[in-house]
Design a protein around this ligand. Structure first.
Ligand SMILES: Cc1cc2nc3c(=O)[nH]c(=O)nc-3n(C[C@H](O)[C@H](O)[C@H](O)COP(=O)(O)OP(=O)(O)OC[C@H]3O[C@@H](n4cnc5c(N)ncnc54)[C@H](O)[C@@H]3O)c2cc1C
Ligand SMILES: NC(=O)c1ccc[n+]([C@@H]2O[C@H](COP(=O)([O-])OP(=O)(O)OC[C@H]3O[C@@H](n4cnc5c(N)ncnc54)[C@H](OP(=O)(O)O)[C@@H]3O)[C@@H](O)[C@H]2O)c1
Length: 451
């Protein structure tokens, strides 16, 4: 057997450390580079990498049991929905337990990745050094490059109202005594609106679309533990979840929120028990979308106005890879990226993406399973299908996403946790089968004719 290729892992957030652990376990040589002086990425409040989106009040919205790596449970003394520092400590403990730290080069950013014509990559580092690798695992996260409303709301350039993106929100002191308009209906929006409802002079929650808000507990159990299981197919799971939700929260319009224009599970879930409570207390005023910013007032699409000091745009994130030439790979304004099984670049062998999904569920177990698949591929026990088959799978997946989810840039990398986890396991078996000698010869013939 030939020596395994040397791998570069970009990032030591939860996805990067999942990859590092699998590669180390399999004896595949790798270097992991991390911008920051520590692991944990997004979960490190005040991370010195300067790109964490965490804020003081942040807690996970995927329950501890469903978020943990398969062979390293989150400590049982942690709450079901742990706080950011408890989650960051868990990732630290994981890295220590599996001896990952010595394989991570901290305070070292990957500046440029150049795929080479004959295979492999030149990786330029912030230290000025360039190293050559046969494979690259991209785990740089996809919740750090803020997406501002585009086009900006009329008047945004001229208003005196302060405007920030939720990415720059770090704690409640930014809200104290202000009249705050929070824009969006995702998890950042509801969390920040709840913080504002306790600290600001007035809180408005402005949404262009309604959401089915899910409480963290249903019948005394974390919601994702009741409705979630790989063994239950989506067509059983989601109607059941819909029913449960309807019986617990009732209609969103009862809270003054707009009626969602889509069915439950056709959008990335917004999870918050507290926002429903604060709406019910009249501490948050629901508003439709912003029509314009008029000097010191926000004008909404229903014609109502609110005097405001601060607008917080919780309008999501762009998928960005600053280390690739834009001509090679750029998800662009549409946030689109086309990967076989959401992991493999269909044209560039050895280029893998870990954790580049937005699940209805947690990212960590997914990153772990994706890494197993990548390790199989690197070790030659998993074979990819031919390029045409990869492109067909990508097209089919895109169609399925378009059919299922609300058309929004926030849904371009959406997956259903349980269905995708099952699919990754099945793909592992399919790839092993494709790897059998007869299948490989047939595939080579197909590749030659489709080249
Ligand atoms: C506010 C918020 C709350 C969230 N809550 C949840 C939740 O409850 N459950 C859940 O499953 N997901 C949640 N998410 C999604 C979140 O993306 C994941 O939890 C997790 O952070 C993904 O890990 P990651 O390693 O892919 O990315 P990140 O955590 O972003 O880590 C990426 C790492 O790569 C490093 N890096 C980036 N670029 C480079 C470079 N060029 N060179 C070297 N290093 C680099 C960064 O410094 C960072 O350490 C949340 C996201 C946000 C924004
Ligand atoms: N653990 C937690 O509690 C927690 C907290 C915060 C975030 N998160 C996670 O972090 C990720 C990002 O969440 P997010 O809430 O920051 O972003 P998001 O999920 O992408 O939501 C963005 C919101 O902004 C709206 N929006 C986008 N552009 C707009 C525009 N131009 N005008 C008006 N509204 C606009 C979107 O509406 P449309 O639907 O109409 O596009 C959507 O409601 C998600 O995975 C989320 O689960 C988790």
């Amino acid at each position: 057997m030939s020596a395994p290729p040397r791998v570069c892992v970009i990032g030591a957030g939860s996805s990067g450390i999942a990859t590092a652990k699998v590669l180390l376990e399999r004896g595949i040589p790798f270097d992991c580079f991390e911008l920051s002086d520590r692991i944990g990425g997004n979960w490190v409040w005040g991370n010195r990498n300067g790109i964490s989106a965490a804020y003081r009040s942040l807690h996970i919205n995927t329950s501890r049991e469903r978020m943990a790596f398969s062979d390293f449970p989150m400590p049982a003394h942690l709450p079901d929905f742990a706080r950011h520092d408890q989650v960051a400590a868990y990732f630290d403990a994981y890295a220590d337990h599996f001896g990952l730290r010595e394989h991570i080069t901290f305070r070292t950013g990957v500046r440029h990745v150049a795929p080479l014509p004959g295979g492999g990559f030149d990786v330029a580092l912030s230290t000025g050094e360039t190293r050559r690798y046969q494979a690259v695992c991209v785990a740089n996260g996809h919740h750090w490059d803020p997406r501002w409303p585009d086009p900006a709301f009329p008047g945004a350039e001229t208003t005196g109202i302060e405007q920030i993106h939720s990415h720059r929100y770090t704690d409640e002191s930014q809200l104290v005594g202000k009249r705050v308009v929070v824009v969006g209906m995702g998890n950042s929006a509801v969390d920040i609106a709840v913080d504002a409802s306790y600290h600001a002079a007035a809180t408005y929650l402005s949404a262009r679309r309604g959401a089915h808000i899910i409480p963290k507990y249903v019948f005394g159990r974390p919601y994702d533990q009741i409705a979630g299981s790989e063994r239950i197919p989506g067509w059983v799971r989601w109607p059941l979840a819909r029913l449960l939700l309807r019986s617990v929260t009732g209609r969103m319009t009862r809270y003054g929120l707009p009626a969602p224009d889509h069915k439950f599970a056709q959008a990335h879930p917004t999870m918050s028990s507290r926002v429903l409570d604060r709406l019910a207390h009249g501490a948050i005023h629901p508003k439709p979308n912003i029509a314009r910013l008029d000097r010191s007032e926000v004008v909404f699409t229903d014609g109502s106005r609110a005097a405001a000091d601060l607008v917080v745009y919780c309008t999501g994130y762009r998928i960005s890879f600053p280390f690739f030439d834009a001509a090679f790979l750029d998800p662009g304004e549409d946030n689109e990226i086309r990967l076989y099984q959401r992991v493999f670049h269909p044209r560039v062998p050895g280029l893998y993406f870990i954790g580049l999904v937005q699940p209805l569920g947690a990212i960590m177990p997914i990153a772990e399973r994706q890494s197993e698949l990548v390790a199989d591929h690197l070790q030659g026990s998993y074979a990819l299908p031919d390029r045409l088959a990869m492109l067909a799978e990508i097209a089919k997946h895109r169609q399925a996403v378009a059919k299922r989810y609300v058309a929004s840039r926030r849904h371009t990398i959406q997956v259903d946790f349980d269905d995708y986890m099952r699919e990754l396991s099945r793909e592992r078996l399919r790839g092993a089968k494709r790897n059998e000698p007869g299948a490989r010869a047939a595939m080579r013939a197909v590749s030659r004719t489709s080249a």
